[in-house]
Write a protein that binds this ligand. Sequence first.
Ligand code: GNR
Ligand code: NI
Length: 174
Amino acid sequence: MALRKILTEPNKILRQKSLPVEKVDKDLQNLMDDMLETMYAAPGIGLAAIQVGVPKRVIVLDISRKDEPKSPLYFVNPEIANKSKNNSTYEEGCLSVPGQFAEIDRPDKCNVKFLDYYGQPKEIEAQGMLATCIQHEIDHLEGILFIDYLSKLKKTMIIKKLSKQKKELERIVV
Ligand code: GNR
Ligand code: NI
């Protein structure tokens, strides 16, 4: 297992559309193991493969609390089969948009079809935080970030700030 580097905005790779996985093999399981380790280290509760620069439709999640046993979830080729008409609002953050948070409205329940860690087809009904997170991660597979749902002004301000932070960091490294 290895930690991978998480890409942050602004970065064109994050805007790529990820491609379906053809086979859940050892290499893909290795990617999922690395993603989970990277997510726990960050720390975060979800991670899409594109956030570590791999344009494959793969997501890992763990929404268990600190005082609960770890409960990792792996989703390969996830698809929303159904979503509720009712929305709920959560304060979202993103490891690719560091230090920024915003309230985002999304359907409060969704059914998700996917392949599990072993390539077995599964379907779950997600609600609450899990539903929010799965939708946030599936957005990554389409090149969408939560800041895309904000007003143009808010989004521009956040991207400017992150871009400035990146330049500052480069200056220090060089
Ligand atoms: O760690 C994360 N927390 C979070 C909080 C609210 C809604 C979504 C998320 S996902 C985020 C990790 C991440 O960026 N996944 O893509
Ligand atoms: Ni994210």
